[in-house]
Design a protein around this ligand. Structure first.
Ligand code: SF4
Length: 348
């Protein structure tokens, strides 16, 4: 007996077990598909849902997003991580507002020309929102396909990735493309999971090469390991007797770009100098707080916060729009990196 097509088995499985009640599936407009795809990059569905709801309540359309200050966008993104995604969303919305009448473009080439939209995200928009025959290749789909076809080699390698795109394209069905793409993502997220694939319930187990070879978890091949360096940073946590804290907006590029953080130094020996000469605060009362460790994809950060209790001095602030004293409840409404937010909450 021949095996039904890959896509038919996947669609039958989707009809019974696929996810159909995710918030973005209730509003599958190009804007909502785009937003959900960006939020879901490197992030679990359960984490994304509350952010997605807050974001779509505040920015109901691409135009609303384009016309909002980037600070408001970053503030709603606080805690979701990978902040370049939020900055790129905002930049892309502005381009669409100016060049596409506030609408998502309808061709793959125009989509991938926008900031933050790669081929897979563009494919998802084309398939889920425009019902066009385009494949995707997100982390879930890469895992399913490398196992199904027993493709060895790290999928971040261009040659392996190209091979996977060809397989993904060849497997596309001629009908129900949106359901099919969702089915691929759902199968990867719920059955073909990273460490415990539930192969006995999988509609692909009849010809999945990794399953037949008894080694599904050997795929996908892990990224070659390289040493992740550790950096140190010292934070000046200046707090006035009246409770306000001093925050500085970070440069637009680099880690936590555009978010508000504590003034930062590489070396603790410069604290006195920076406080007195640049921040105009006295350093009579300095307390070292607990070290904070934060891991990025390419380095680890050890943060040494120094609490400085001082008088609120506003004299120099007017000249520097990126430095400001905030009451704690006001500060918590800003775009903040997660460790800054936790530290501010602990100062309440
Ligand atoms: S049979 Fe197992 S390894 Fe193969 S696609 Fe299904 S869940 Fe993944």
């Amino acid at each position: 007996m021949t095996n039904p097509l890959f896509s038919d088995r996947l669609l039958d499985w989707f009809d019974q077990h696929g996810r159909k009640d995710l918030p973005w599936q209730q509003q599958p407009s190009p804007y909502h598909v785009w937003l959900s795809e960006i939020m879901l990059q490197q992030t679990q569905v359960s984490t994304v849902i509350p952010y997605y709801k807050k974001f779509t309540d505040r920015f109901t359309t691409i135009s609303a997003l384009a016309n909002a200050p980037v600070d408001d966008v970053l503030a709603l993104w606080t805690g979701l991580g990978y902040y370049a995604r939020a900055r790129n969303l905002h930049k892309a919305a502005i381009i669409m507002e100016e060049s596409h009448q506030g609408q998502m473009p309808t061709s793959l080439d125009e989509l991938v020309a926008l900031p933050g939209i790669g081929r897979s995200t563009a494919g998802a928009i084309m398939a889920l929102a425009h019902h066009q025959q385009f494949p995707i290749l997100d982390g879930n789909v890469k895992r399913v396909l490398t196992r199904y076809s027993a493709i060895a080699g790290w999928p971040g390698n261009k040659q392996i990735e190209n091979k996977l795109w060809l397989i993904a394209e060849a497997l596309l069905p001629e009908h129900r493309i949106a359901n099919y793409i969702q089915a691929q993502m759902d199968l990867g997220a719920t059955l073909c999971t990273r460490s415990k694939p539930n192969c006995s319930s999988c509609p692909l187990n009849g010809d999945c090469q990794a399953y037949l070879n008894g080694n599904p978890t050997d795929y996908p091949t892990s990224k070659p390991k390289k040493h992740i360096p550790t950096r140190q940073s010292h934070w000046i946590v200046a707090q006035a007797a009246t409770g306000e804290i001093l925050l500085e907006r970070r440069a637009a590029v680099g880690i936590w770009g555009g978010l508000w953080s504590f003034p930062e130094l590489d070396n603790a020996k410069d604290i006195d100098h920076i406080c007195t000469k640049h921040l105009s605060i006295t350093t009579d009362s300095v307390t070292s707080l607990h070290t904070i460790k934060h891991v990025f994809s390419h380095f680890k950060l050890e943060i040494y916060p120094h609490l400085i209790q001082c008088e609120l001095n506003n004299n120099y602030i007017a000249e520097n729009k990126n430095l400001s004293w905030y009451k704690i409840d006001e500060a918590l409404l800003l775009g903040l990196p997660a460790p800054v937010k936790s530290l501010i909450e602990s100062l309440q």
